[in-house]
Design a protein around this ligand. Structure first.
Ligand SMILES: [Cu+2]
Length: 216
């Protein structure tokens, strides 16, 4: 969540994201996340709505979908954003990020990342982190780990969600990661962009994401 709307109270600039939990027999109970200015989100794939092209119906595996997007702004901007950039050379103010998550109860999940407006040709690292973004790049905490560990060898793309990408000639990038596990509730809260791929690199920017926690 984004705090600090002092000075512009009374102006509500859009709900940021929402998630839909898909119940097998046609009932949808939605968890609606909200989170600050500068973004819009949508839920899609409610069972039986017939309008999204996704499968729906009585046989559908119970699951969820989440999508959120934002525009990066430096900490302390007049209009706060869920997307915070700490390095406006590599993640310019106004650049765009979208994160989606979809998965099934007891099954796996896919997390995707799309960005535009970044530095063409640059190779970025990206991971899911444990805590929401803040004014300090360290605020997002460590990487989410499926098996929590202090062993550096466990900081890998199987035990964590890595979304490294290379920005194309237009500054756009995308990545996707599938795991056969789901996040524990409340333990995954942001996507951090790093200056290098892998397990290295300074924290360039951070996007607070209302990930669905499904695992016990
Ligand atoms: Cu990271």
């Amino acid at each position: 969540m984004v705090a600090g709307t002092a000075g512009i109270s009374g102006i509500v600039i859009g709900a940021l994201a929402s998630a839909v939990l898909v119940a097998g027999a046609g009932g949808a109970y939605g968890a609606t996340g909200a989170g600050g200015a500068y973004g819009a989100g949508s839920a899609y794939g409610a069972p039986g709505d017939g309008g999204t092209g996704d499968t729906a119906g009585a046989d559908e595996t119970p699951g969820y979908r989440m999508r959120t997007e934002g525009r990066f702004a430096p900490p302390g901007s007049l209009i706060p954003s869920a997307a915070v950039t700490y390095d406006t050379k590599l993640v310019p103010a106004g650049s765009w990020i979208e994160v989606t998550q979809r998965g099934a109860a007891g099954g796996g999940m896919t997390v995707t990342l799309r960005v535009t407006g970044l530095k063409p040709g640059h190779v970025y690292g990206a991971h899911v982190h444990q805590k929401p973004c803040g004014a300090d790049p360290a605020d997002s905490g460590g990487h989410y780990q499926h098996r929590p560990s202090s062993d550096p060898a466990d900081a890998n793309a199987d035990n964590e969600v890595w979304l490294d990408f290379t920005a194309d000639a237009y500054g756009a990038g995308a990545a996707s990661a599938y795991h056969d596990w789901n996040f524990r509730r409340g333990e995954a809260a942001s996507v951090v962009l790093h200056s290098e791929p892998g397990n290295f690199g300074a924290r360039l920017a951070c996007f607070t994401v209302p990930f669905v926690g499904w695992a016990a």
